[in-house]
Design a binder for this molecule. Structure first.
Ligand code: 13P
Length: 253
């Protein structure tokens, strides 16, 4: 298999109204058309309220759409939840799972993330499973142990390069403007790759590992050039068209 295309994914979190989505979709569509052959994969994760609009508005672009979470079940009495099948039905191809804001704010365990990833697989979605240590775990030197445990406990059976992506997002780097050193990123991504070799064998080399946490136009090229970094998961900067596009262009190989 040749060199993987990089993936730049924008996580809007709980941000964005219809007018924001219209501006972003128009801007991204015209930039994609102007670029012609877009040699990078692009995914956007708007809030659930904007998925249908975004899927339609970006239909004739290479940009794909995903949900920010899903329930483990296909349907049922789960007020407020959205299933993987519903995401698929509305035009999503991906889903973020186990984001630290879900793990912290909704007490999601890795076992629950694994169940959700299984549902995503069954619904035909690509799961982006997020892992990462918080600042006190980092201070105690537990980064690799935490990441190892989260990957091992969150990765579902049947994970392949085609249905699973791992995103390493150190919690302390999210929204803080702080990023790990390049050496730290390479170390953690290398460890995740080794875990994938154990879990998925031949697929491990082709499985994408994204870095997330304060990725900006100013640091994107450096981070995206590191070994075992196969793309970026971008929060704040994905809300600003020019910044997001600068990160996309930094990922073109
Ligand atoms: P920031 O890019 O705003 O640090 O957010 C990262 C993130 O959490 C993406 O999922």
């Amino acid at each position: 298999m040749g060199q993987k295309r990089l993936l730049v994914a924008g996580n809007w979190k709980m941000n964005g109204l219809r007018a924001d989505a219209e501006l972003m979709a128009e801007g991204l569509a015209s930039r994609c058309h102007a670029m012609g052959n877009v040699a990078v994969d692009i995914a956007l994760f708007p809030p659930a309220t904007l998925l249908d609009y975004m899927a339609r508005a970006l239909d004739d672009t290479p940009i794909v759409i995903g949900g920010q979470d899903c329930h483990r079940s296909e349907k049922g009495a789960f007020t407020g939840d959205v299933s993987a099948w519903m995401l698929r039905d509305v035009g999503a191809s991906h889903v973020l799972l186990g984001h630290s804001e879900r793990r912290a704010g909704h007490a999601e365990s890795s076992a629950q993330v694994k169940d959700k990833a299984q549902a995503a697989q069954a619904a035909g979605l690509v799961a982006i499973i997020c892992v990462g240590e918080n600042s006190s775990e980092r201070d105690r030197g537990e980064t690799l142990a935490v990441v190892r445990r989260q990957v091992q406990e969150s990765l579902p059976a049947g994970a392949t390069y085609a249905n699973t992506i791992i995103a390493y997002e150190p919690v302390w780097a999210i929204g803080s403007g702080q990023v790990p050193s390049t050496e730290e990123i390479v170390n953690v991504h290398g460890e995740i790759r080794r875990l994938l070799v154990k879990a998925t064998g031949d697929d491990a080399g082709a499985t994408r590992i994204l870095y997330g946490g304060s990725v900006k136009p100013s640091n994107a090229a450096e981070i995206l050039g590191l070994g075992d970094v196969d793309g970026a998961l971008v929060g704040g900067a994905s809300l600003i068209l020019d910044d997001f596009w600068a990160i996309v262009t930094a990922a073109v190989r």
